[in-house]
Design a binder for this molecule. Structure first.
Ligand code: SAM
Length: 213
C-alpha cells in the first residue's frame, strides 16, 4: 500500500477541517498532515480514511476521529522527550501522532489481536514506541512511571487511581469519563496529593474494557 499525492492532498484537507474546528497547535496539525491514516485502516474503509470520523478496526474497536486525536494531543502539551503513556493502542494512529511530537511513548492494549497487529505495523512506518504492552490500562504501567502525560483513548466509567498516581508533579492525565457519552477531563498533578481538574465538553468513545467485559 502506498502513500500518494492524492492521499497527501486529502490529508491537507483534513488538516484544514480540524483547524477550522479549533485545533491550533502547529505541531499537532503537522503530525496529522504527515501520518498516512489510510494505512492504519482496514482496506474496506480506505476511501474514508481522510474524513474526520472514527471507523471500525479489528476486535470491534475503532480508530478515533482525527479531531478527537488532535484535541487530546493538544491538551497534553507535549515537549520532545516527554514520557507519555497511552491507554488503548488500537490501530496505532494516536501512538504515531505522539511519536511525531517527539514523545517517548508507552502504550497499552487489552485486545491481543490489535496488540499483535499494531506491534508489527508501527515499526514498518518508522514509528518506534519505547514499549507496547498487552495488558490492562486500568492499572497503568507502574514499572515505567512517573509520566509527563497519560492519554486514555477509550471511555472510562471512572478515573482509575493508578493513572493519577503515575503522573509526575506537573503531569497531565487526559481521559474521557462517562458511560454512553464521556466528558473530556484533564487532571494536572499539582502536588503529591493535589490535582486540578478541568473539563472540555462531550465526546463519544468505545468503552474502556474492564475485568468483566
Ligand atoms: N488510540 C487508538 C487509535 O488511534 O486507533 C484508539 C483505539 S479505540 C478508540 C480504544 C482502544 O482501547 C481499543 O483498541 C481497545 O481495545 C482499547 N482498550 C479498551 N479497554 C482497554 C483497557 N482496559 N486497557 C487497554 N486498552 C483498552
Amino acid at each position: 500500500m502506498k502513500d500518494t499525492f492524492k492521499h497527501k492532498g486529502l490529508r491537507q484537507q483534513l488538516v484544514n477541517i480540524i483547524e477550522a474546528k479549533g485545533i491550533k497547535d502547529p505541531k499537532v496539525l503537522k503530525a496529522i498532515g504527515k501520518i498516512p491514516r489510510h494505512l492504519f485502516m482496514d482496506s474496506s474503509f480506505l476511501d474514508h480514511a481522510y474524513q474526520d470520523k472514527a471507523f471500525p478496526i479489528a476486535a470491534d474497536q475503532t480508530i478515533s476521529q482525527p479531531y478527537t486525536v488532535a484535541f487530546q494531543t493538544e491538551l497534553l502539551k507535549i515537549k520532545p522527550g516527554d514520557k507519555i503513556l497511552e491507554i488503548g493502542t488500537g490501530s496505532g494512529y494516536q501512538t504515531a501522532v505522539l511519536c511525531e511530537l517527539g514523545a517517548k511513548v508507552y502504550s497499552i492494549e487489552r485486545q491481543n489481536e490489535l496488540f499483535k497487529k499494531t506491534s508489527k505495523f508501527l515499526p514498518k512506518l518508522g514509528y518506534r514506541a519505547k514499549k507496547l504492552v498487552f495488558g490492562d490500562g486500568y492499572l497503568g504501567l507502574e514499572e515505567e512511571a512517573p509520566f509527563d502525560g497519560i492519554i486514555v483513548t477509550a471511555g472510562a466509567p471512572y478515573v482509575p487511581k493508578p493513572l493519577l498516581s503515575q503522573l509526575k508533579i506537573g503531569g497531565r492525565l487526559v481521559i474521557p469519563v462517562g458511560d454512553d457519552i464521556q466528558v473530556m477531563t484533564m487532571f494536572t498533578r499539582k502536588g503529591p496529593k493535589e490535582y486540578e481538574q478541568e473539563e472540555f465538553g462531550e465526546f463519544r468513545f468505545v468503552p474502556l474494557l474492564g475485568d468483566k467485559n
